[in-house]
Design a protein around this ligand. Sequence first.
Ligand SMILES: [Cu+2]
Length: 413
Amino acid sequence: MEIILIILAVLLGGVAIFKILKARELVDGLKDEKSDPITDAEMRTNALGLIVYGFVLFALLVVQIVGWSKYMLPSSASVHGDDIDGLMNITMILILSVFFVTHTLLFWFGFKYYYRKGRKGFWYPHNNAMEMAWTVVPAIVLIMLISYGMSTWGSIMNPEDEADMHIEFVSEQFKWTTRFAGDDGKLGEASFALYGSNAVGVATKNALLKRLDESKAAIENIRQDSIKYEKLNEDGWNRSKNLDKSEESLKNYKANVVRLNRMLADYEKFPAKYDAGKDDKVINGNSIKLPKGKTIKFQFRSKDVIHSAYFPHFRAQMNAVPGMKTYFTFQPKETSEEFNLKAAEEGRVYLKRTLDEEGNVIAAVETPGSTGYILLCNKICGASHYNMKVYIEVVEEEEFNEWIADQKAFETL
Ligand SMILES: [Cu+2]
């Protein structure tokens, strides 16, 4: 209510000023003054206003950079992340320098050459040397910047080191399911044909056979239902909609049976890639552990729409696209504990919230350090997109080994 009143007051104030100016114009018209409508003093005030505006703009920018840098991400927690930070810093230094130089000139020239009676502009239409300079110099700088960016990206996407570990994230509205490769160090084959109780569709032989049985049973059920609906239809009850639905499901399940049989035939030829899934560990919760100092190759899949796996502290991001696999490899170089200490040392803070019993925030205290590693969905994918995250704890190798040993294998061997 208060805000509405304030907005109304501002609006009415604006209307009043407009009306007063309009009235003044009419009075001037009556007086029939032939003088210049804008005086020299007004012109000078405007010019001064421009340069003051420039100073305020610069000052605000500097205040924000200095004052809010404590909320920025701490320095990278992954090995390749330092390259990304280097790229970011050089780019920011370059564009900020150009920004300050060009805008200083812009405001200064606007002030220095404001209109004064009797002064004429200097007509200077063209200069080849200058044209060349401001075309070639930015072109060279941009080519260098882009080459630097492309080579950095190229080396990050094609790491020389073999991965020590393989982990998969499968996205769906609205959660991530994690799969760790088992002792064989390989992620087994997976397919959407097995989704259901099998969260990421791991395709071991047993899982394929189980799903095949389920699909056949489902087809039988649908057939029984269809017979019932047809009977009801004959008795005068309109069940055409149910029949259409049954037909649709029947088609899907039949296609699934074809897919599963094709994979079972493939299993006879290449059993290894299916058997590799037996010891995989599927984690349904939203918190996982990772070992420090290991190169991890992450694989991403999606069950429904495009999601994006974003690990801000590790400077990593990759889309998870339905129907294909995408990859990103990185090595965490600090445990969660070490990272938190480093963040505090670097002067970073986060807001520590205290909630009451009903979950309302009653206090938010700036606390030195970091909230900790997290995997976020970075593609607006629907209503609960904001809540699609996995908490990651990076620990020493021994602690990780203990934790992963406690997780259940897909098929108990
Ligand atoms: Cu998402």
